[in-house]
Design a protein around this ligand. Structure first.
Ligand code: AMP
Length: 440
């Protein structure tokens, strides 16, 4: 039996836990790791600008209906994974689980299609899905994604594959594979849906409850089911190819011929469907051999009906999203994340009192010139300050001794070769130059 005292202790223990433990499925990115994110973010910006993309930032939360309409009701995300809440005005809002529907909403709301087409936008930021966390699958994760609005050109489908491949290569990643399929359009799907229903109906008893509930509402969703027990039935499901209408067939063969012409390797996967209802025609996914079951490092496709579905005029579009956490995981496994030795350009050693005031003043001057400068805030001994400078890997140490200060000077010690010289405190420009030179 639990006594009241024990019960109160447990409650307190639980409260303490929530103060010192992050929510399940989330990650802290601390110093030591954040540098890799910065580098990747820089690469993303570079590759996006080479392809003519501009950044779009949308809110972290949107009206729930945007995702229900945009992603589709009979999808895992909308049925089970959204973080949805009522705000104090009783409006239903949802933490964004993906970036395409918000990008379309922003494209329409800001009339971004008014100028010349196509419009190329990219986004970068956290997404939220209530999934079962495991390595590479989180409840908060970062996606970099991009969208092209206003052209049905199959070359854009191909560029939507090439851009992330450029990024993966620029990061040094190898061993990834592109899978591609066409899932047709509203014109060619009804017959395929019928064929799927006829195939699944006699086999549905052995399948999971999601598959059972979606069989008649959205049979293509079944192809995306990840439940182990359903996989054997899924492997035998008929592919869409023979149902594709002339336009979709033509589009897909042009996509493939551009891929061949541009030397992009890919694998046809006739059962690739993706977890969103908005896709039409081409869908693709990139997987990394380095990751376990969560091996998709990016995915995308064409979605020619979504802009209209969300209230705009018919506007063809294509996009892609890269899972940034997973890309970094794959790079880590391949030993491609190397931390660079960093450290301040100068560590200012002082003796307290007036020497500390002068050090603070010089620190401010050097920092305003862009140098990384550290000084002691713990009133440590000179020996301890020198040790701290060493530990931080500082290139120079500036020693503010009383006797030197009386003469208006400071000792500059190069920590690599131990060489010491004096600098004039009246000539701070000279000092900054010296720091710049020594720190190279
Ligand atoms: P999706 O938006 O589902 O097409 O996913 C695009 C990419 O985002 C995937 O290929 C993954 O790399 C990444 N991703 C999706 N869901 C998660 C998650 N729960 N945790 C980490 N990365 C994810």
């Amino acid at each position: 039996m639990v006594t009241i005292t024990r019960f109160l202790q447990m409650l307190r223990g639980g409260a303490q836990m929530t103060l010192t433990t992050k929510p399940r499925g989330t990650n802290d990115i601390a110093p030591g790791e954040i540098e890799f994110w910065h580098e990747l973010e820089e690469r993303i910006r570079r590759v996006c600008s080479a392809y003519g993309f501009q950044e779009l930032r949308t809110p972290i939360f949107e009206h729930t209906e945007l995702f229900q309409r945009g992603i589709g009701e009979a999808t895992d995300i909308v049925e089970k994974e959204m973080y949805t809440f009522l705000d104090r005005g009783q409006r239903s809002l949802t933490l964004r689980p993906e970036g395409t529907a918000p990008a379309v909403r922003a494209f329409l709301e800001n009339n971004l299609g008014a100028g010349s087409l196509p419009v190329k936008l990219y986004y970068y930021g956290p997404m939220f899905r209530y999934e079962r966390p495991q390595a590479g699958r989180y409840r908060q994760f970062v996606q970099f994604g991009f969208e092209v609005f206003g052209s049905a050109d199959p070359l854009l489908d191909v560029e939507a594959i090439m851009l992330p491949l450029e990024l993966y290569k620029a990061c040094g990643l190898s061993g990834f594979e592109v899978e591609i399929n066409s899932i047709g359009c509203p014109e060619c799907r009804p017959n395929y849906r019928q064929e799927l229903i006829e195939y699944f109906e006699p086999r549905i008893d052995g399948m999971c409850s999601s598959c059972k509930s979606r069989l008649h509402r959205n049979p293509m969703r079944l192809l995306d089911c990840k439940v182990e027990a359903c996989q054997e039935v899924l492997a035998g499901a008929p592919p869409i190819a023979k149902h594709l209408c002339a336009d979709c067939s033509q589009h897909f063969s042009e996509v493939l011929s551009y891929l061949d012409a541009l030397g992009v390797e890919y694998k046809l996967n006739p059962r690739l469907v993706r977890g969103f209802d908005y896709y039409t025609k081409t869908v693709f996914e990139v997987t990394s051999k380095e990751l376990g079951s969560q091996n998709a490092i990016g995915a995308g496709g064409r979605y020619d009906g979504l802009v209209e579905e969300l209230g705009g005029k018919p506007t063809p579009a294509v996009g892609f999203a890269v899972g940034v956490d997973r890309l970094l995981l794959a790079l880590k496994v391949q030993g491609k994340l190397k931390s660079e030795e960093t450290g301040p350009q100068a560590y200012l050693v002082h003796f307290g009192g007036e020497t500390k005031r002068r050090a603070a003043w010089v620190a401010h001057y050097l920092r305003s010139h862009g140098f990384w400068v550290e000084l002691d805030y713990l009133n440590r001994s000179i020996k301890a300050q020198m040790k701290a400078a060493n530990r931080l890997n500082s290139r120079l140490v500036l020693i503010f001794g009383e006797e030197e200060l009386d003469r208006g000077r400071v000792i500059v010690r190069n920590m690599q070769d131990g060489h010491e010289q004096e600098a004039d405190l009246q000539e701070l420009e000279q000092l900054a130059k010296m720091v710049g030179e020594c720190a190279k």
